[in-house]
Design a protein around this ligand. Sequence first.
Ligand SMILES: C[S@@+](CC[C@H](N)C(=O)[O-])C[C@H]1O[C@@H](n2cnc3c(N)ncnc32)[C@H](O)[C@@H]1O
Length: 282
Amino acid sequence: MISSSINENDIEVELEELNQLSQAILTKYGYDFTNYAQSSFKRRIIMVLKKNSIKSVGLLIQKIVQDPKFFEQFVTDITVNTTELFRDPSFFRVVREELLPILSNRPEFNIWHAACSTGEEVISMAILLKEEGLWEKAKIYATDINTAVLKKAAEARYPLRNWELFKQNYSNTNPKGKLEDYCEIKDNEIQFDKDLIKNVRFKQHDLAVDQHFFKFDFILCRNVMIYFNQKLQNRVFELLHNSLFLGGYLALGAKESLIWCKIADKFAAFNENEKIYKKIKL
Ligand SMILES: C[S@@+](CC[C@H](N)C(=O)[O-])C[C@H]1O[C@@H](n2cnc3c(N)ncnc32)[C@H](O)[C@@H]1O
């Protein structure tokens, strides 16, 4: 990174300081933020400084190194955890109508939700699999760098304020379905049927440093690459490619693509609109 001065509102952060921060975190905790996209990473760091009334990146480094609990919260603060049930309904329609019929021909299949956040994507897929009679055939892993969101995902419980959005997204995916069949509302929360995630293995996994751990027929890695620079995206594409069986499928987020990456020729577009790709070469 080139060192330069950035003035954002009242806080000034040197890019060199961001490098020092990333290095300190890597050394102490093994999390590698060095190749996160610079501008969004910087914005989140400034937000953390403000939120905790910490006056400099140097003091933030001290606090992080000395206080593992603070670091846990720091990870939550700098990673963007926004997600939705049936986020991008048109994507889930294509999965239901075009991809699951292909996977259903396999005796069993493995799905990986990489960077699953609080698990709404996992619940969405479980509902699709139930409705298509494929739930018993699927082995599912759901991972994220952030253990706090994984705990929430395993509870399958969400604030009631999301209800209208969840219902709307679901009915855009399945106009005949009733979301109420999969959850109940109590104490201002939506509690999904835990049976939906009974077969899901939740596991901490850092796309920036960890290796592949299983082979999959379908990987969803949506809306996380946008936070990585090209070097890290290339690393992750390599990892995802190694994690797929030949003929396996990879889904990215609406604003993401692999057509520019180093191993683009090892994939073919299955549905370019919905950013679903098929592994065609080892
Ligand atoms: C915006 S959410 C996307 C959630 C879901 N995939 C979706 O599309 O709605 C991004 C998630 O990526 C996770 N994340 C960020 N860096 C990561 C990394 N290096 N390895 C694994 N997960 C990471 C964050 O913790 C966050 O939960």
